[in-house]
Ligand binder design. Sequence first.
Ligand SMILES: [Zn+2]
Length: 235
Amino acid sequence: MTDFLSFGTVFLDILFPRRCLLCSVFLSHPLSSSIKNQAIDNFLCVTCRQQLLISQESLDVIRLPDVDKVISGYPYAGLFEKIIPAWKYHKRHEFSPLVKVLVGLILSRQEVSELDLDLVIAVPLTPRALRTRGFNQAFFIASSSAAFLKTTLGSNLFIKAVETPQQASLNRRARTLNLSPDNFQVPRPEMIAGRNILLCDDVLTTGATLSAAAGALKSAGAVSVSALTLARVLR
Ligand SMILES: [Zn+2]
């Protein structure tokens, strides 16, 4: 049976050659990998996967105003400095399945059951930013989280109506002043009230966006707001 699988793998490797999304080395077909690691094996080579394992150890617990629990998967460094800008700004949509796998890995190593989450939503973009960028990467992270947690995904429940300068273009102090809960709107507060919410974004830098958004959700009656980001900028 093993011989048969190896033969099949070689055959598939030739017919459908695949490369690591980050360093472009050839990947062997998932049939030749262990079932346990199959998902990440589909996208990254052994060397790149090892960087993921090492990087997560340097994250500590942080607190943000109005956010009950902060879950950040990885430091915004190394692999993530390549993955996130490519995915977010350069429309490299082939990274989306990898992001979905990473979200699952982050949530599987956290104590999320105690949070009693019953709604997952994304930090919204303004309509103009959404038109420019084409998609909201935070919404993709939210939908991946909702699928993993088997929890309701909220769409169109949370709006960023006020155009603010892009956070990435501002320094630390300006980022905090740039955002307030007033920048966000909850069109149907009855959908938010009484909920334990997971609020998703791609990168946590100062946390100003997450705090402002969580403040708006709590004003609308959310019981708790936890935040999930794929990566966090370490100071
Ligand atoms: Zn690689």
